[in-house]
Design a binder for this molecule. Structure first.
Ligand SMILES: C[S@@+](CC[C@H](N)C(=O)[O-])C[C@H]1O[C@@H](n2cnc3c(N)ncnc32)[C@H](O)[C@@H]1O
Length: 208
């Protein structure tokens, strides 16, 4: 799997974006050998399991220039780094409670010339700013996640889609959604991608 996969689903990339996506392979191999961000066998699936999966959010909403996005529990930068490459005029704030992961995010962003991204070593609950959208993948259950971020949304939306949460989740979410008591829209990723990997994966959209 190479960055050609990204081009297949996002054919309008600029040369700079193509180079940024292609460069992620070496950067993540380098950092992953020092700090475990992605399992050793999954690093060969970087473009499918991590980069394309992150970009699924872009199939649901096109972020606009000037919009502010918070990525909660970004780990090694997913979904925030691929989205920041795709939307160079949108501001991304990536947070994680583990400092060494934030250091890697900073290094990858610097090496990728990503000027629209900041990353902070903090818990999501400590961030005192407001955003158009909160994105996230694989952090915790919705019922625990929602209280961390519910006060962090800008009131006015300029996007066709109302400000809110776009959470990448997989599997059977029936109990989790029921427990959260939130107004949730489940968008299956098989709507956009043909790879088996996406078969039980969704963007969970929660408008604010
Ligand atoms: C399983 S990892 C997922 C990382 C990344 N989102 C991905 O999909 O590859 C979960 C991450 O959430 C972070 N995390 C958990 N609770 C958090 C909180 N309250 N605020 C910020 N980060 C948090 C952890 O440190 C960890 O890096």
């Amino acid at each position: 799997m190479t960055s050609e996969l990204i081009l297949h689903y996002f054919p309008d990339l600029t040369q700079k974006q193509k180079d940024q996506f292609a460069g992620l392979d070496d950067l993540y191999r380098f950092w992953n050998s020092r700090i475990n961000l992605i399992s050793r066998k999954d690093i060969d699936m970087l473009y499918l399991h991590h980069i394309l999966h992150s970009l699924a959010i872009a199939k649901v909403v096109s972020f606009l220039p000037g919009e502010k996005i918070l990525d909660v529990g970004t780990g090694g930068g997913f979904p925030g780094i691929p989205l920041a490459i795709l939307f160079p005029d949108t501001h991304f704030h990536l947070v994680d409670s583990i400092g060494k992961k934030v250091k890697v995010v900073n290094e990858v962003a610097l090496a990728s010339d990503l000027k629209n991204l900041v990353s902070t070593h903090a818990r999501a609950e400590q961030i005192n700013d407001k955003f158009n959208f909160v994105v996230s993948r694989a952090v915790t259950r919705l019922s625990e996640f929602y209280p961390w971020i519910k006060g962090k949304f800008l009131k006015d939306s300029v996007n066709d889609i109302q400000n809110g949460i776009l959470y990448l989740k997989g599997g059977d979410l029936t109990d989790e959604i029921k427990e959260s008591k939130l107004d949730v829209t489940l968008i299956p990723l098989t709507n956009y991608f043909k790879e088996d990997y996406f078969e039980t994966k969704y963007v969970v959209y929660i408008p604010q």
